[in-house]
Design a protein around this ligand. Structure first.
Ligand SMILES: [Zn+2]
Length: 253
């Protein structure tokens, strides 16, 4: 196997040749291919993650081009499905990895199939409801996942490793009601930075580095602020302690 294309990150001590080989044997599912998802897919495909599944139900629109780096005017004109366009573009960038597009909504009935066999799930969605579903499915199936969210010039991220770190319910409580935000304000650097934070955590998980970031991180680029928020596992967390999955299995008590 020729690893020349990855030579710069092989020189990086956190990865090395052994880490690179692990990346090439890794499989991830990316949920969402918008502002965050395009950067995540781009970084991980160029970095040589061996199998990448991209899930998104939406079509490319003109207003996406401000920040969704894998799409162009032609894609917006054709209203092409984001997941499919992303896979086509990335095949031209790295033909030695496996890429798969799933043009569908992520729902309780399909999420466990979508993430099956993945070493890691990346959240690049734009709503908390889907994130709570990802949290339940990943905790239930013991698959690590990385939360990312953006608004305006702000962004947040957290790494969830089931049975080791707090989960999304530990942070926000059980099914909190979040307002439907509709079309949100956004500068393009916010998703680019948060997605890059997520892909760095992803590389660490995939190469087996134990030094994951334990905090919820929050940054606001406009004033230039960065905070780490310490989160503890809730002793009575219904999701990661009691293992009740109310979104996935709504009928079950
Ligand atoms: Zn929890």
């Amino acid at each position: 196997m020729n690893l020349e294309r990855y030579s710069r990150q092989i020189l990086f001590s956190g990865i090395g040749e052994k880490g690179q080989k692990r990346l090439l044997e890794s499989s991830i599912t990316l949920i969402g291919c918008g502002g965050l998802g395009c950067v995540i897919a781009n970084n991980l495909a160029r970095g040589g993650v061996g199998r990448i599944k991209i899930v998104d139900k939406d079509m490319v629109e003109l207003s996406d081009l401000q920040r969704q780096i894998l799409f162009n005017e032609e894609d917006a004109k054709n209203k092409s499905p984001k997941a499919r366009v992303a896979v086509e573009k990335l095949r031209g960038i790295n033909s030695s990895i496996q890429l798969e597009a799933k043009v569908c909504e992520v729902e309780p009935r399909n999420i466990e199939n979508l993430i099956e066999g993945s070493h890691l799930v990346l959240d690049a969605t734009d709503n908390m409801k889907t994130r709570f579903l990802i949290n339940e499915a990943c905790v239930k199936n013991k698959i690590p996942w990385i939360y990312g969210g953006v608004f305006g010039s702000m962004g947040m991220s957290m790494t969830v490793v089931p049975e080791k770190t707090p989960c999304l319910t530990c942070v926000f409580g059980e099914f909190p009601s979040f307002p439907e935000l509709g079309t949100i304000p956004l500068i393009n650097a916010a998703p680019i930075i948060i997605a890059s934070w997520q892909t760095t955590e992803a590389l660490k998980i995939l190469v087996g580095d134990e030094n994951l970031n334990p905090d919820l991180i929050y940054l606001d680029l406009w004033p230039g602020s960065f905070r780490r928020i310490k989160i503890k596992r809730r002793k009575d967390c219904p999701t990661c302690i009691e293992r009740k999955f109310g979104l996935l299995e709504p009928g079950k008590k």
